[in-house]
Design a protein around this ligand. Structure first.
Ligand code: PHE
Length: 345
């Protein structure tokens, strides 16, 4: 009787297991047939009423039925596990041959790049870097540079005033005075001063109300105009190439005497004459001169003891020439199509 029920249970269980659909259903069947409150336990509970001879026989049949069902369950379990692994391998496969997404990398702004290059050249010649405020006093921006109030040369640098006495600096030359004062009469002074400057100009292809300058100042006993010339020649050759020549044209700045404007041989045509240099073969790049005695005095130096030279250049201008850019406004528009071109230069 009990043996028949066990055999029937075996058949039923194996039948069900034959068509089990997934791991969850398999687990349900396992609980149903083999669990603590399952069918097999239910049948074997009746063993108590069996005779002593029957008991071991039925016990053995019960064990065989359990083993047979467990065997099939474990086969099915392995089958589902393999199928699951295969499905995940398929779903999570990475196609390493797909083209990647190129990360967009930023670039140093061309003006910073050129400013850094200029700084590096002068640092290589033993200069150090000095800085000053962009909001400046009339004294440092004009007065101490030998440009007294109502001096007509002030017209060269139309300014943004905050009060009568405070303005946005129109050039980096006030840093000359600040540096001299900080040096307290000591020599040598050998600095370059990079920074932003402001002028009341209407913006166009070659003018901007804000631009960048780098000032140079050297003071010591017996500094001569030939030192200035040699320094500038060395600078332009490192900047534009060893074939470049310079020429100095007499000019006027209230804070230098004598003063000169410096031209380089045209970076595009090499001096033949082209549209860029207006057929002259030369391009103006900076202003310079020997520091005016009155400026030395304002800075706390005795013009009988020391002399010096100074120069000032526009970073935009140097960059326009270097990269043959035709409009200064490109520098400020922040168009990534323009800026991206300097990423690998
Ligand atoms: N500060 C002058 C300018 O902005 C340039 C300059 C600097 C000239 C130093 C001579 C010496 O035009």
């Amino acid at each position: 009787m009990m043996k028949d029920r066990l055999e029937a249970l075996r058949r039923e269980a194996l039948d069900q297991l034959e068509t089990v659909a997934d791991a969850a259903a398999l687990n349900d069947l396992r609980v149903h047939y083999l669990g603590k409150k399952g069918q097999l336990t239910e049948i074997l509970r009746g063993m108590g009423s069996l005779s002593a001879e029957e008991r071991p026989i039925i016990g053995q049949v019960g064990n065989e039925v359990r083993a047979a069902i467990e065997e099939v369950i474990s086969q099915k379990q392995q089958m589902f596990d393999r199928a699951d692994t295969a499905r995940r391998l398929q779903a999570e496969t990475i196609d390493v041959t797909l083209p990647g997404k190129t990360p967009s990398v930023g670039a140093v702004h061309p003006l910073n790049k050129v400013a850094q290059e200029i700084e590096d050249i002068f640092i290589g010649m033993g200069y150090s870097i000095a800085e000053g405020p962009e909001v400046e006093t009339d004294f440092f921006n004009f007065e101490a540079l030998n440009l007294p109030k109502n001096h007509p040369a002030r017209d060269m640098q139309d300014s943004f005033y905050i009060t009568e006495e405070i303005l946005l600096r129109t050039h980096t030359s006030p840093v000359q005075i600040r540096t001299m004062k900080a040096m307290n009469g000591q020599t040598p002074v050998k600095v370059i001063c990079p920074g932003k400057v402001y002028r009341r100009d209407d913006d166009d292809a070659t003018h901007s109300f804000m631009f960048h300058q780098i000032e140079g100042l050297v003071i010591g006993p017996n500094i001569r105009m030939s030192d200035l010339k040699g320094t500038l020649l060395q600078f332009v050759r490192e900047m534009y190439g060893p074939q470049v020549q310079i020429r100095l044209r007499p000019s006027f700045f209230p804070f230098t005497e004598p003063s000169a404007e410096v031209d380089v041989t045209c970076v595009r045509c090499g001096g033949q004459g082209c549209r860029m240099c207006k057929q002259t073969g030369w391009i103006e790049i900076l202003g310079c001169g020997m520091v005016h005695p009155k400026v030395l005095e304002h800075g706390g130096y005795d013009p009988a003891e020391v002399t010096g030279f100074a120069f000032g250049m526009g970073v935009e201008r140097i960059a326009l020439l270097k990269y043959e850019i035709d409009d200064i406004r490109h520098f400020y528009a922040n168009d990534v199509r323009f800026l991206g071109q300097f990423a690998r230069m």
